[in-house]
Design a protein around this ligand. Structure first.
Ligand SMILES: Cc1cc2nc3c(=O)[nH]c(=O)nc-3n(C[C@H](O)[C@H](O)[C@H](O)COP(=O)(O)O)c2cc1C
Length: 389
């Protein structure tokens, strides 16, 4: 899957700055704890904004599907390993005690349901190696793909060889690199300088000894970047579009009232996950390499993602909230529900395999079609060639 060379660890240029000071490590732990509190307390905080666009897509029901339940196969591969379902647990948490507890439960749910699981950013490990156990999810989920996570800005500022060494110790199957400029701009101590990050990401992708996933965190990867990164050999591009958790909102809840007012203006920012997927899901290089996430909330959202060309779909907020409510068991129940819906959609569309589901005809609302068309036109991409109408 990963077309990057496996030539091993390369010499990176010296880091531009030390990863984190003592004070920053403390602040990072506090920030992660607050993130979790804000995301979990849906009575007090509204962190989900916009819409994915999936509401504008529907399946054509088949009254005579002519297949049997036992023929339906939801199996696929992820990071080179076979998995039961085209579903993954998106990168979340780590770096705080509450995060660690949640991480362990997420990993337990992943192991029980046979789905891949990500973890939150491992940045803190480079300054506080004693929290290594927070990220040692492979011990809890030995039979499913586990992937680490790091920020793209850190790839510019840190020595890649050090990161590769930590990945080796974590025994993970892959690493997700997150792009989150919107979120950083609403953090009082967030990054403000994004120069040189693309070059660092490309260098990382080409020398990382394990597959690299590039992801956004809720505003979507821009289509031109998707193309560049596919060409550069990233294993998967996780769109992480809008319509779900909005990280500008999350950060704004930690800030003053004025910041909150500014954040409100970004409620509809970014590429809606379903619309973006319709625009890039059928790129020739994209086959089997586009992941859909950002605002997936139902089993039907997952089925629509696959039908629009995604290799798999990811959930963050619903699963962390399930863990908070009832631990791994609650998350397992939720994943079972997504599976039940996916299998039912496959039956009712006459799809024995995921490949067949990806080729079913879809009904798209005029508004959805218009949104995809507007995006392709803005990109100067031919709607006849892309968009898979
Ligand atoms: C509590 C929480 C912590 C998160 N931490 C990270 C992180 O460390 N790294 C990352 O790439 N994304 C992180 N995310 C973003 C998710 O991976 C995902 O891209 C985003 O929340 C959109 O998906 P959703 O709408 O299903 O929540 C986090 C999300 C949540 C809810």
């Amino acid at each position: 899957m990963n077309t990057a060379s496996n030539s091993g660890i390369e010499d990176s240029p010296p880091p531009r700055r030390q990863p984190l000071t003592e004070l920053e490590v403390g602040a990072l732990g506090t920030r992660k704890t607050q993130h979790l509190e804000i995301c979990l307390d849906h009575d007090r905080y509204r962190v989900e904004t916009g819409s994915t666009g999936f509401e504008g897509v529907s399946f054509l029901h088949r009254a005579l599907p002519e297949i049997a339940d036992h023929e339906i196969d939801t199996g696929t591969t992820f990071l080179g390993r076979p998995v039961r379902l085209p579903l993954f647990i998106s990168s979340m948490t780590g770096g705080s005690e509450a995060g660690y507890r949640a991480n362990k439960e997420l990993a337990r749910a992943a192991q029980a349901t046979g789905v891949p699981v990500g973890m939150g950013s491992i940045r803190i490990l480079f300054r506080k190696p004693e929290v290594f156990d927070h990220f040692a999810l492979k011990k809890i989920a030995p039979d499913v793909p586990v992937f680490a996570n790091i920020g793209s800005v850190q790839l510019r500022d840190m020595n890649h060889a050090e990161i590769f060494e930590v990945l080796r110790r974590l025994e993970v199957e892959g690493i997700a690199v997150h792009l989150n400029p919107g979120q950083e701009l609403f953090q009082s101590d967030g990054d403000r300088d994004f120069r040189g990050v693309l070059e660092a990401v490309l260098r990382f992708v080409s020398s990382c000894p394990i597959p690299v996933i590039i992801k956004e965190t809720g505003f979507g990867l821009d289509p031109l970047l998707v193309r560049t990164l596919l060409d550069a050999g990233a294993a998967y591009l996780d769109l992480a579009g809008s319509g779900g958790t909005n990280w500008v909102q999350v950060e704004a809840y930690r800030a003053e009232a004025e910041e909150r007012a500014a954040a409100e203006e970004f409620a509809d920012w970014g590429y809606r996950t379903g619309v973006l997927l319709a625009a890039v899901g059928r790129l020739p290089q994209a086959e089997g390499r586009i992941l859909a996430s950002g605002g997936l909330r139902t089993g039907l959202d997952l089925a629509k993602s696959l039908a629009l060309g995604a290799h798999a779909g990811g959930y963050a907020l619903p699963l962390i909230r399930a863990i908070n409510e009832g631990g791994a068991e609650k998350a397992i129940e939720l994943i079972a529900r997504y599976e039940k819906v996916l299998r039912t959609v496959m039956m009712l569309t006459g799809s024995r395999t995921l490949a067949e589901l990806r080729s079913v005809r879809l009904q798209r609302s005029a508004a959805f079609q218009e949104a995809v068309h507007a995006l392709l036109t803005a990109l100067e991409w031919d709607p006849g060639e892309y968009g898979g109408a």
